[in-house]
Each structure stands twice: as C-alpha cells, then as structure tokens.
Design a binder for this molecule. Sequence first.
Ligand code: MTE
Ligand code: MO
Length: 226
Amino acid sequence: MKILPPGQRRVDGFPRFGTRLHRPSPPVPEDPVIALSGAVRERSKLRLADLSSLPRHEIVADFHCVTGWTATDLRWSGVRFADFYRVFVEPELEPGTTVTHLVFEGLDRVTSVIELRDALADDVVLADQLNGQPLNSDHGAPVRLVSPKQYGYMSTKHLCLIEVCSELPAHRLAQRFLDRAIEGHSRARVWHEERHARVAGRLIRPFYRALIRPTRYLSSKGAQDT
Ligand SMILES: Nc1nc2c(c(=O)[nH]1)N[C@H]1C(S)=C(S)[C@@H](COP(=O)(O)O)O[C@H]1N2
Ligand SMILES: [Mo]
C-alpha cells in the first residue's frame, strides 16, 4: 500500500474543495487570458491559446489538501510551469530583477504566494486536463496550477493572473484575523508537514480535519460538474 505524507488520509474520488465553495465556480471567459503584473516591463495578457506553443507535459500525482485528505493518482496534463516561465515570463522581466515569489490569482480572486524555487520544480504544471478530460469548472477551468509537493492551497484554480515579485509580497498575505488564524506556510511542503505559518503541522491536524465535513457540505452546494 502506498505510504501517504504525515497526517494525510486517502479519500475516494477527488472532492471539489476550497474557500469560495457555497458559490458556483467562476464562468470561463470566451478567450481566457493569464495577466502578468508586478516586476515586468509592462502589464500584459497572455492568451491561453498561446500556451499551445509549449510542449505538452503529463504527470500522475497525489493531491494533498492541508485539512488532511489526499486524492491519489490524478493524471494532469498541460504544460510544465518552468517552461511557461522561461518562455513567457522571463523575457518580460524588468532588467536586473531577481524574482523571489510569484502570486497566483484565480478568477474567484483566491490567491496563493509561492516561492520561485517551488514554482519551478519539475513536477509543477499548468493543467488544462484531468484524467484525460478538459478541466471542469469544479477543478479549476480553464487552467490551474498543480504543485503536487505542496498542500493544495498552493494549486490555484481558474488561474487568471500571475504577479511577479522581487520580495515577499506582504500586501498579498492574509490580513484579516480569521484568515491569519489559518495562514498557510510559505513553502507548504507536504512531506515536511508545513501546514501552517506558525503552528507545527502535527499540532494543527485535528483543527484542520474538523473542517473537512463542513467544507465538503458547502462545496457540494456550489458544485457544477460532479
Ligand atoms: N481559485 C481557487 N483555487 C484554489 C482554491 C480556491 O478556493 N479557489 N482552493 C484551494 C484548496 S484549499 C484546495 S485543497 C484545492 C482543491 O482543489 P479541487 O477543488 O480541485 O479539489 O484548490 C486550491 N486552489
Ligand atoms: Mo485545501
């Protein structure tokens, strides 16, 4: 039997999960784009259709939510994020910029902040297909980030904007008290159990686990495709 990372338990299937769940997922624009902002020469928009110039890449990976569920053996396909970054982001950087972090934002305005070294890992993909089917709206249509070595909150669904940062983007981190209480870890590596910014992963497990049932209930209310 497969050994899962510490504190994770297998779930059947792949639940729709996240933080804007009682609402349906955002509609997919007719000609979807990924906007680039931050330390770039000028703000620009990349059409998703332009990603087809990159080599296709497929990974099979488990998906680990910080609350403790793991969906196993998901087959994602799309393009490697590192390829995307070299071809579409690096040429747009302001000269002399050292990039440290990237902010990923979804059409539902949910964001994640990822260190560049984690985003460029070999298994990080911009996925537009899951298990051989076009990504549905529950799982992040039209395109999502998938970073399998990090907790799910890093894998932004409905990706529509990438902000390039040369320092920690403090303005993008959790501000409200409630959000700070469940503030994610800056690296969020599942095998290191980096669940939370300040509380040890092992200690916070039961608190997070208690969120699974209510979140899944809410999530089924906003679900469209499952
Ligand atoms: N845009 C967006 N991305 C998101 C979320 C979200 O609410 N909105 N939730 C995150 C969390 S906490 C998890 S566990 C996964 C869930 O992905 P799934 O709904 O495909 O299972 O998406 C992540 N990415
Ligand atoms: Mo999650």
